[in-house]
Ligand binder design. Sequence first.
Ligand SMILES: *[C@@H]1O[C@H](CO)[C@@H](O)[C@H](O)[C@H]1NC(C)=O
Ligand SMILES: *[C@@H]1O[C@H](CO)[C@@H](O)[C@H](O)[C@H]1NC(C)=O
Ligand SMILES: *[C@@H]1O[C@H](CO)[C@@H](O)[C@H](O)[C@H]1NC(C)=O
Ligand SMILES: *[C@@H]1O[C@H](CO)[C@@H](O)[C@H](O)[C@H]1NC(C)=O
Ligand SMILES: *[C@@H]1O[C@H](CO)[C@@H](O)[C@H](O)[C@H]1NC(C)=O
Ligand SMILES: *[C@@H]1O[C@H](CO)[C@@H](O)[C@H](O)[C@H]1NC(C)=O
Ligand SMILES: *[C@@H]1O[C@H](CO)[C@@H](O)[C@H](O)[C@H]1NC(C)=O
Ligand SMILES: *[C@@H]1O[C@H](CO)[C@@H](O)[C@H](O)[C@H]1NC(C)=O
Ligand SMILES: *[C@@H]1O[C@H](CO)[C@@H](O)[C@H](O)[C@H]1NC(C)=O
Ligand SMILES: *[C@@H]1O[C@H](CO)[C@@H](O)[C@H](O)[C@H]1NC(C)=O
Ligand SMILES: *[C@@H]1O[C@H](CO)[C@@H](O)[C@H](O)[C@H]1NC(C)=O
Ligand SMILES: *[C@@H]1O[C@H](CO)[C@@H](O)[C@H](O)[C@H]1NC(C)=O
Length: 710
Amino acid sequence: MSRYGKIAFTVLIFLICLQLGFSQLPSDQISTMSRVYEMIKNDTGTLFVWNNVTKDSSPCSWKGVFCTPDNSSIIKLSFPLFSISGSEFLPVICQIGTLESLDLSDNSLSSIPAGFITNCGEISGLKLLNFSSNKLVGSLPEFNGFGMLEHLDFSQNSLTGEINSQFIGLDSLKILNLSKNNFNGSVPTNLGKLSLLEELQLSSNKFTGGIPSQIIKYGNLGLIDLSVNKLSGMIPDEFGGLSKLKILILSLNNLSGGIPKSLSNITTLLRFAANQNNFRETIPAGITSYLRSLDLSYNKLSGTIPSDLLAGTNLQSIDLSYNKLEGSIPANISTRLFRLRLGGNSLNGTLPGESMGSLTKLTYLELDNNSLIGSIPPEIGMCTNLALLNLAQNRLTGPLPPSLGKLINLQVLNLQSNNFVGEIPIQITMLHGLQRIKISWNSLNGSIPDLISNLQNLANLDLQGNGLRGSIPNSIGTLDNLLELQLGKNQLSGHIPAMPQNLQIALNLSNNLFEGYIPGTLSRLTSLEVLDLSNNRFSGKIPEFLTKMTTLTQLDLANNQLSGAVPQFGNFVHVDTDGNNDLMNTTRNPPPASQRKRKSVASDAVVAAAAAAAVIAAGLLTMISLLISRRYYRINDEHLNSGEETSQLQVVQEKLLTANSIHRSTIDFSKAMEAVANPSNIFLKSRFSTYYKAVMPSGASYFVKKLNLE
Ligand SMILES: *[C@@H]1O[C@H](CO)[C@@H](O)[C@H](O)[C@H]1NC(C)=O
Ligand SMILES: *[C@@H]1O[C@H](CO)[C@@H](O)[C@H](O)[C@H]1NC(C)=O
Ligand SMILES: *[C@@H]1O[C@H](CO)[C@@H](O)[C@H](O)[C@H]1NC(C)=O
Ligand SMILES: *[C@@H]1O[C@H](CO)[C@@H](O)[C@H](O)[C@H]1NC(C)=O
Ligand SMILES: *[C@@H]1O[C@H](CO)[C@@H](O)[C@H](O)[C@H]1NC(C)=O
Ligand SMILES: *[C@@H]1O[C@H](CO)[C@@H](O)[C@H](O)[C@H]1NC(C)=O
Ligand SMILES: *[C@@H]1O[C@H](CO)[C@@H](O)[C@H](O)[C@H]1NC(C)=O
Ligand SMILES: *[C@@H]1O[C@H](CO)[C@@H](O)[C@H](O)[C@H]1NC(C)=O
Ligand SMILES: *[C@@H]1O[C@H](CO)[C@@H](O)[C@H](O)[C@H]1NC(C)=O
Ligand SMILES: *[C@@H]1O[C@H](CO)[C@@H](O)[C@H](O)[C@H]1NC(C)=O
Ligand SMILES: *[C@@H]1O[C@H](CO)[C@@H](O)[C@H](O)[C@H]1NC(C)=O
Ligand SMILES: *[C@@H]1O[C@H](CO)[C@@H](O)[C@H](O)[C@H]1NC(C)=O
């Protein structure tokens, strides 16, 4: 190039830059956007988002419109939550030939006009289409064109029908999300030509049939989520060949057979969830070599837990609860383990004391409902991160180790239904974060420690069914957060102190050695629903104030030595005064037969409601936990589900809702179901759960948590 040539070239570059600097959108894009402006304005009325800009201003300045840095073309339109319901603007928008990304998520679109497919299909650079959370119905259109489309999101609509050839031409597809629709037929396998697919999200549909082994031809897949469908058959052995797979979620289907050993060949696999299926056979060794999180709960897996299963070096979360596993808990346990759930199996043998000494990250330990024997090893005190310790319903024996007092992060302690002996270790009164203590149905003796009042966060204290003696410490009245106090079936006696004023769920003093008048301090319990004083030696009259406790639904005074007339209680209170020989029946209206009958029908209704709910919510509702109002427990499901480590956790009170537990806590299940059925009761939504507020007949309100299980 000559010298002058060079100068000329430089000038030319300069001119081009100058030109770019002053460039603005081509007139056709301006007029297109001006039409779109009108149409959306027409459609959204008072909710119009572009109210603060005029139609004549540069569209690049409008909310959700993104241009190239020099403003020479529109490349991205992002209109989430724009309140759009009309689809007429869709073909118009496709006249913007430079469009790379179109996000229409969280609107109320109900259809995709044919003109959209024709016009947008021709845009050579269109990479992303997001129609998530709209109101689309009907079947998916055939995607002709769209050769560059990489991300396609139709999740959370009401689309139906089968998926056959709709995506066949999508040569560049990397991410496909069709979750939460009503698609049926078999799992699609025509998903773009080049097998570039990286993420396949098909959860919460009605896909049937087996998992197609052809999926393996999409060797780039990093995520497969087929959860909450109606898939049956086995996991194809070929899945072991998906060498880039990181996440595999098959939960809540009707899959059967065994867990294929070939999965242990996937060195990239971090998370594998296949809970709530019909998997049988033994768990193969080696599958946790690379995994961070494994969930095989609620299946029919049998045999022993492979000795290496808990030892995977990356393993943080493992859930094998509710299977048919037997034998003992393997002693080789990963020190990274954050969550270990083995409840509801037939495991026997002792707790792995030696290994427990090094589980410093363990936060959730749930071994309940097995046949574990021996005592709690003192090494448990080394698991200082434990927030939840559930060893209930086993055959554990011996005294409770004082080292429990080292679990300074403990929030829930469930040790009920074992054979523990000795006294309540005073050390547990140092665990200031404790919210729940259940040590019922053991053989503890001694008295309730005075220092129990240290536990100012305690909401549930259940010590019933032991051999506790002495009187209830006066300090108990200072437990301002206590909602439930279960002291039944002990040998307690003496003065009944003033009870915590916020008691709500129940005060149970039944089957003890209490005597004298029913204490007047009970009148302060203005939120209480269940009061059980039965099977003691209470005497004197039934105090009138009991009739004024408006929240009471159940009052059990049976088998005492009460005398005089039974005062008039409201209709909604179930009062039992049987077995008080000096009580006069005359003034009391016997409860109408129909009401008594309804009571027993109610428990049947509960089961029916549970079954119906399971069907209605397509399995989403299988686990519900009821959270008590007043104190709202913040819950970190996110961490639980991702199995990731975090600090500052709050424990979930997860409990399978059974007819019995509802009955016990007098929560009206049908009311709870009504609440869940009505979106206006939604109190809070998180990614994994929705909270509904339910008001019970007694006026007490509860939060019902619905887990959005994957
Ligand atoms: C706006 O709505 C009116 C009345 O419904 C209609 O006449 C007009 O054509 C609409 N304008 C656009 C741009 O859709
Ligand atoms: C218009 O309002 C949106 C927020 O609704 C804001 O992001 C945008 O900057 C505003 N535009 C102008 C030109 O004020
Ligand atoms: C592009 O348009 C936006 C909004 O109108 C403006 O703020 C920005 O300065 C423009 N950029 C150029 C390079 O003209
Ligand atoms: C689609 O939009 C939703 C909501 O704005 C977002 O969560 C999701 O990640 C988007 N999908 C893709 C593929 O970007
Ligand atoms: C749909 O799934 C894809 C792939 O997993 C993900 O990127 C996208 O965010 C999901 N969309 C929503 C709304 O969650
Ligand atoms: C899928 O659902 C449609 C109705 O939406 C029905 O006509 C069709 O038979 C179903 N296909 C299968 C395989 O169940
Ligand atoms: C689940 O699959 C089994 C066969 O493995 C079949 O017998 C059963 O009917 C299926 N259940 C449902 C609800 O589809
Ligand atoms: C794992 O991969 C190796 C090598 O590709 C292969 O020989 C072996 O059969 C695979 N194992 C399983 C259980 O699929
Ligand atoms: C525990 O498991 C790890 C990883 O599987 C292994 O390397 C180690 O040898 C095992 N230790 C014992 C004592 O079995
Ligand atoms: C544990 O169960 C296995 C198989 O069910 C049995 O063989 C073994 O004797 C049991 N061990 C104990 C200590 O009960
Ligand atoms: C305990 O586990 C068995 C199955 O192993 C189950 O049938 C039972 O309902 C469980 N009990 C509780 C209280 O969860
Ligand atoms: C009171 O009535 C109950 C049945 O309602 C009866 O069993 C009991 O014997 C009666 N007691 C007296 C003292 O009459």
